[in-house]
Ligand binder design. Structure first.
Ligand code: KG4
Ligand code: ZN
Length: 332
């Protein structure tokens, strides 16, 4: 019964994502319908270290990957017997963490002699736009802003993109996280900074973002500017002005992202713009780009549904040729 229900939507993909500190599995149909998307975040485990500890991440993925896959199949009301394709994030990310997902995906695919689809994590973020009900279609100019990456991409077809610009130092999400830490908001603090900023005056502090040539970004100077502002305030005044600092800091990041996205769109001539990645959940960024397509909120931060989505458009490796498929750490 469950199997028939899943088959009614075309072939069914099981995807795994373990590139950083989220252990995720999802079941998605060929048509882009998300039957389940399970994300188990390790953020609390890494919080006291102020960042992701690779060895701890790998070990935790190992513990979580089987229960998360089981939960994804259960939530989709299906079983491994109904899956026709297994997809997995191949890179970029932490190699030890990626290898846990890749090994599990190989084992699952191998056991049922299924094809395996290796997916690039960044193309996966872009493919979060192609799922129901939103269903954005190429061509468009895309901003991918996450904890690890800040990229401007020309997307002319499903499954691939052309890189136009990137960050020369910190990623936008990293800038949010570092700012949040300076304001005592914990790790990862992007969402908390977003909430605090809603109570603040964005014009209270002048935080300039470095203008670098082309459509690249630089956020490291901004973090230093916030550090100095925080250092120069007396403790009680700092407490009173934390929301203003958050709002002004967020405004500077959002201005840089929006400005460069418009410039990139002009450069590509692809008028439509879209935003994906963890920072796409930022409320000010969403408000500043009323005409842009945004990934659905639950699919902005790392998840496996976006990996399954991308797997619909890239080549699969037939059984049994994926035995030696390896992870890659950095973007090609
Ligand atoms: O895409 P993602 O889950 O991970 C990477 O692939 O890197 O993005 C996580 C990043 C973190 O830096 C987090 O602080 C940031 O997205 N983030 C936000 C918000 N929600 C998450 N940044 C700003 N405003 C938000 N509301
Ligand atoms: Zn990501």
């Amino acid at each position: 019964m469950a199997r028939r229900a899943a088959h009614a939507h075309g072939f069914v993909i099981l995807a795994l994502e373990t590139s950083c500190d989220e252990t995720a599995a999802a079941v998605v149909t060929e048509g882009g319908r998300v039957l389940s998307s399970v994300v188990s975040s390790q953020a609390a485990l890494h919080a006291r270290f102020g960042g992701v500890v690779p060895e701890i991440a790998s070990r935790r993925h190992l513990e979580l990957v089987a229960p998360v896959v089981r939960a994804a199949l259960d939530e989709a009301k299906t079983s491994l017997a109904a899956i026709e394709r297994v997809a997995v994030t191949q890179g970029p990310g932490l190699v030890g963490a990626l290898l846990v997902g890749i090994s599990a995906a190989k084992a699952l695919a191998w056991a049922r002699r299924l094809p395996l689809v290796p997916v690039d994590h960044l193309e996966g973020h872009v493919a979060s736009l192609y799922l129901e009900p939103a269903g954005v279609e190429p061509p468009f100019t895309c901003l991918l802003a996450s904890g690890g990456h800040t990229l401007l991409l020309a997307v002319r077809e499903h499954g691939s993109s052309e890189r136009l610009g990137t960050t020369l130092d910190d990623a936008a999400g990293e800038a949010f996280d570092k700012g949040a830490r300076l304001l005592g908001l914990g790790y990862p603090g992007g969402a908390a900074l977003d909430r605090l900023a809603q109570r603040g005056d964005a014009s209270a502090f002048d935080f300039p973002v470095a203008r670098v040539p082309g459509v690249d970004f630089s956020f490291s100077g901004l973090k230093t500017a916030l550090l100095y502002a925080v250092r120069d305030l007396e403790p009680d005044e700092l407490e009173r002005r934390r929301a203003d600092l958050a709002a002004s800091y967020q405004r500077a990041i959002v201005r840089a992202l929006v400005g460069r996205l418009h410039e990139a769109a002009e450069q590509t001539g692809l008028g439509r713009v879209a935003v994906v990645g963890g920072v796409a959940s930022n409320s000010e960024l969403r408000a500043a780009l009323p005409d842009a397509a945004f990934a659905p909120l639950p699919l902005c931060t790392d998840n496996a549904a976006m990996i399954a989505s991308c797997a619909r458009f890239v080549a699969s490796v037939p059984y049994p040729r994926y035995g030696d498929l390896d992870a890659y750490a950095s973007a090609a």
